[in-house]
Design a protein. Structure first.
Length: 118
């Protein structure tokens, strides 16, 4: 194919596309987001986006941010979460104290055996 024919074929191929602006670009029709090209391109690109580690991190951050905004915006839910958190913290402290007490008992038993048996 000659140079002129090749350029004309290339120009005809991209005739329906707009070269920039919001909602248009390479591989997107001149109509912007309203055409099928946008939907089709987005859906075809979705599997590639989902495999990206950065995209996963973005989605996780967006979900955490949305949850935090929801919780901080709802006073009743925030109060319930704080009460639950305090109960869990108190239970954890009680468990740690119980563990310390058991360790002290075991230590005392070991010392008693060492001093009593010798």
């Amino acid at each position: 194919m000659g140079k002129k024919k090749h350029k004309k074929a290339q120009r005809d191929e991209y005739a329906g596309y707009a070269p920039g602006g919001w909602g248009s670009g390479y591989g997107m029709p001149a109509g912007g987001a309203a055409g099928h090209g946008f939907d089709e391109g987005l859906l075809k690109a979705m599997p590639g986006l989902l495999k990206s580690r950065q995209y996963d991190q973005f989605l996780l951050g967006a979900a955490i941010g949305a949850a935090a905004a929801y919780v901080l915006g709802d006073e009743e839910l925030r109060g319930k979460l704080l009460k639950t958190g305090m109960k869990l913290y108190a239970g954890l402290l009680g468990g740690v104290e119980e563990f310390k007490e058991q360790m002290a008992d075991l230590k005392a038993e070991v010392e008693a055996e060492q001093h009593g048996g010798a």
